[in-house]
Design a protein around this ligand. Structure first.
Ligand code: ADP
Ligand code: MG
Length: 325
């Protein structure tokens, strides 16, 4: 079992940022309004994600760290509203680290705690905690030294963690996020009103207050696929593509097709070594997109890639032209 979980961990948990992603997604799935992340040593020494969500029942804590135990299974794979659904993350993380989960449901006046060390699960025991869940991961990959050797160093891992938090935060403007700890960089995104322009406020928090002023709004529909968001004016470009954020039906994705389409749209106005700053939200019939290509769930496969590519290129070019650029 530990072996199977470690193999799964190789798929799902590539680096500390993958742990942060899984734990933050779990907090959001639990309906958190506040997600607090603390890291040390680029996440290799410590990752702690605390939330004020639903909490986990005492008698379900052990299940939560067991393989393929998810409380989120939906009958229709295309109608997955939660971010997680495989029941793989916690057992995977527990198999390669020292994991402690402490949780208290709103309806309960006592918290419970469970520990997993390199796959060995301890008995659930009483603990002290506020409402919600706190998941602490220490010594990531101590149980798989080969994987540990692949880590790029504290700086690179810290940057990747920041990136993950930013990507998710843009999709959840109504949730407060904070990232802190001994790792130099810190983030603080106070919650904003999701409806009244909240999304743009969150975009400004994450991407910088100058971004909205240096961008053009996009809103286009083609054959039932909607593309909305903001794209930078050519003068506001970057040497790397780190500041290109993309979402498909509300989930953060990293997709080659989307990146290539953005590049294509700017081909006439940006040199090859410059990258536009973009935040794009694609909304389409869930049956027309597969977001489950990889367990880490960042890739997507569109049923009609040409349509999506054409929509992105066309909408950005049109917006640039309208702005006289
Ligand atoms: P999945 O998210 O795919 O269901 P995970 O291994 O990430 O699988 O989590 C297992 C289960 O543990 C979840 O289905 C959920 O019931 C519970 N869980 C994990 N994290 C939290 C959290 N922060 N708050 C409430 N429940 C949680
Ligand atoms: Mg999960």
């Amino acid at each position: 079992e530990t072996m199977i979980n470690q193999i799964a961990a190789g798929e799902v948990i590539e680096r500390p940022a993958s742990v942060v992603k899984e734990l933050v997604e779990n907090a959001l799935d639990a309906g958190a309004g506040r997600v607090e992340i603390v890291t040390a040593g680029g996440g290799l020494n410590l990752i702690r994600v605390s939330d004020d969500g639903s909490g986990i029942a005492a008698d379900e804590l052990e299940l939560a760290v067991s393989r393929h135990c998810t409380s989120k299974l939906s009958t229709d794979i295309h109608d997955i509203r939660s971010l997680g659904f495989r029941g793989e993350a916690l057992p995977s993380i527990g198999s390669v680290s020292r994991l402690t989960i402490r949780s208290r449901m709103a309806s309960s006046d006592a918290a419970v705690e469970i520990r997993v060390e390199g796959g060995t699960v301890s008995a659930t025991r009483p603990a002290a905690s506020n409402r919600g869940t706190s998941v602490e991961v220490r010594d990531l990959f101590f149980a798989t030294p080969a994987r540990l050797k692949f880590m790029k160093g504290e700086r690179a891992e810290t940057t990747a963690i920041n990136d993950v938090v930013k990507r998710i935060a843009i999709a959840f403007p109504g949730v407060r996020f904070s990232l802190s700890g001994s790792d130099r960089t810190a983030l603080e995104f106070p919650e904003v009103d999701d409806a009244a322009g909240g999304r743009l406020q969150r975009i400004a928090q994450v991407m910088g207050a100058e971004f909205p002023e240096n961008s053009i709004p996009i809103d286009a529909v083609r054959e039932g696929v909607r593309l909305a968001g903001h794209v930078s004016v050519p003068s506001y470009s970057r040497a790397n593509a780190l500041q290109q954020y993309a979402y498909v039906n509300g989930r953060p994705v990293r997709d080659k097709l989307i990146g290539a389409a953005i590049r294509g749209a700017y081909a006439d106005v940006l040199p090859r070594d410059r990258n536009a700053v973009t935040v794009l939200f694609l909304t389409l019939d869930p049956a027309h997109v597969d977001v489950n290509v990889h367990p880490a769930k960042a890739d997507v496969r569109f049923r009609d890639p040409g349509l999506v590519r054409g929509l992105i290129v066309g909408a950005i070019r049109e917006a640039l032209a309208k702005a006289g650029l």
